[in-house]
Design a protein around this ligand. Structure first.
Ligand SMILES: Nc1ncnc2c1ncn2[C@@H]1O[C@H](COP(=O)(O)OP(=O)(O)OP(=O)(O)O)[C@@H](O)[C@H]1O
Length: 532
């Protein structure tokens, strides 16, 4: 435990990314198996001791700590692990003990064995034999989430740097491995073969895009495709198992069971998860009709989905790339060859659940620009440009994929209510609700935004709100209907949530219009005409 506690202590007090990489790398190089593997699991958030999470820590805190001190420390100490490790009473006033003989693997094993019933007692006994750093480290391990500003990616990068192996190769096999990762370390140290992803449906890192700014590209070199407004998913099927992964590599198969069940051909595919819409008009133009992101949002974040949800918001995947065709890794092929493979692959899939992302037929960049400006489909966010001769490479690589979003829509709205923000904005009125004029002269709320402005503008708006308040309801102030805000948004949809019947997507305050009288702000009817 001593080396791991020292590592956490050092990591907590350093802000430099390079230092963090070096500290983790040194630890992994000098610590034996299986301890370093358990530490790596903790650093990457892959360690789980289901029986001993927050509840166990709360139980021992309440039993062993002075309630007054516990209450008082609430505001000063960051989290439960920190509070308990600092306030834990040292037995008999003895100098603090440091049980350097307890290994991290043993500590975790004892907690796992203890189970839910004995977890708090076993945890307390171990805490009695550790010093403050050891207690902190043990409690962090017990919670299964370190929360010390180390991402899973950074920990993997540290491992790769320390042993001079490829971080993408680590990423590639990661989901098929489990702690204490002995085969991974054996490979890293040149003692064993590179682990492979053949038998488990592992996640492969996505290829990403750069925004297209001021650049014009030739359509001889780049293929143009629609940018769909859904969520990126990767479908993996191998050895009879299917998984659906999200942008972050999380397994989301359970949230979209109808997709996982229907994907029956071996391979790895890349595409956009969408919800089917009712508008058949756009079906002919761009492929099957997809609904706006709003519909998809109804299904996000649900671990279990009812049959009703599935029939009301049926999900499907619009496929745009292929990484493995059967067992064959085709990522090294140019986009044109992968596209041909994809066109052969997609018809093998269930048509209700999968379709092919259509290419845009434009003869040159100017025509593409017109087509992009005229696209009225609710599920379209813009255009993607993909280099025809490029392999599928993970991450964001210069010049290979571009995203070219549609220009934002703009409306002039009147500020109606302001609310305090959170975190470092909690002393400012920084969340703004604004409205537009209805036919009968009433101002109706159309959206809410809390970004888009500079720090200077925030201070100005905060002062304006305080000086023009007409009514206060706890955290909210109603203001005089005088200030015009220019609001930019990506699209606008019908919604029952607001009285105006509208909901903006990604609204942000683009300008404060002190030059414009409130009466001249936009009408609800104008916004309705922008609905997709
Ligand atoms: N035809 C398409 N090809 C590739 N990506 C597409 C396509 N249609 C929609 N997308 C989406 O566009 C995104 C491409 O942008 P990028 O690689 O920068 O990812 P991102 O950071 O998730 O971007 P954003 O938030 O702008 O969608 C993908 O994540 C994907 O969800």
């Amino acid at each position: 435990m001593r080396a791991f506690s020292q590592l956490l202590d050092d990591l907590v007090y350093t802000r430099s990314r390079n230092t963090k990489l070096r500290l983790i790398g040194d630890y992994l190089k000098t610590t034996p198996d299986p301890d370093r593997g358990i530490a790596l699991a903790a650093l990457t958030g892959s360690l789980s001791i289901p029986a001993v999470k927050g509840a166990a820590i709360r139980a021992i805190a309440e039993e062993r700590l002075d309630p007054v001190l516990l209450y008082m420390s609430r505001d000063y100490v960051g989290d439960m692990a920190e509070t308990v490790s600092l306030l834990w009473p040292t037995p008999g006033g003895e100098p603090e003990l440091d049980d350097g003989t307890l290994s991290i693997t043993e500590a975790v094993q004892r907690l796992v064995d203890a189970g839910r019933l004995n977890g708090p007692r076993v945890l307390a006994e171990m805490l009695d034999h550790l010093d403050a750093s050891g207690r902190f480290a043990l409690l962090k391990l017990a919670t299964g989430n370190l929360r010390i500003g180390i991402s899973a990616r950074l920990a993997k990068q540290a491992l790769a740097d320390a042993f001079q192996i490829d971080v993408d190769a680590v990423e590639e096999v990661w989901h098929g491995l489990s702690p204490p990762y002995e085969e991974l370390f054996a490979w890293a140290e040149g003692r064993g073969p590179q682990p492979t992803a053949r038998d488990v449906p592992v996640f492969r890192p996505f290829m990403l895009a750069h925004p297209l700014e001021e650049t014009e590209v030739s359509l001889d070199d780049y293929a143009a495709e629609w940018k769909w407004d859904g969520i990126r998913v990767q479908l993996v099927r191998t050895a009879g198992q299917t998984r659906l992964y999200s942008r972050t590599g999380d397994d989301v198969s359970g949230s979209f069971p109808e997709i996982a069940v229907a994907f029956e051909a071996e391979g790895v595919l890349d595409g956009e998860l969408l919800v089917r819409g009712s508008d058949q008009g756009s079906a002919d133009l761009h492929g099957g009709a997809a609904a706006s992101f709003n519909a998809l949002q109804q299904r996000l974040g649900r671990k279990v989905v009812s049959a009703k949800m599935q029939s009301q918001y049926p999900a499907f995947v619009r496929l745009y790339d292929i990484l493995f065709d059967g067992p064959e890794d085709v990522r090294g092929l140019p986009w044109t060859a992968r596209r041909k493979r994809l066109e052969v692959f997609v018809p093998k899939l269930h048509p209700d659940r999968f379709d092919l992302s259509q290419l845009i037929d434009a003869s040159d960049f100017a025509e593409l620009s017109d087509i992009r400006a005229g696209a009225r489909d609710a599920a379209i966010e813009g255009v993607m440009l993909k280099r025809r001769d490029s392999a599928y490479v993970p991450g964001r690589r210069a010049g290979l994929w571009y995203k070219w979003k549609r220009d934002p829509l703009i409306a002039d709205c009147v500020l109606m209510y302001a609310q305090r923000g959170s975190g470092k904005r909690s002393s400012y009125y920084s969340d703004y609700t604004f409205g537009c004029w209805a036919e009968d002269g009433q101002l109706l709320p159309v959206g809410k935004a809390y970004f888009g402005f500079t720090d200077e503008e925030l201070k100005w708006l905060d002062r304006w709100v305080r000086n023009h308040t007409v009514e206060r309801f706890r955290p909210v102030r109603e203001v005089e209907k005088k200030l015009v805000l220019e609001v930019a948004f990506d699209s606008i949809h019908s919604s029952t949530r607001h009285k105006s019947g509208l909901a903006m997507r990604f609204p942000r305050i683009s300008r404060i219009r002190i030059d414009k009288p409130a009466a001249e702000a936009d009408r609800v009817a104008t916004l309705k005409s922008m609905v997709t």
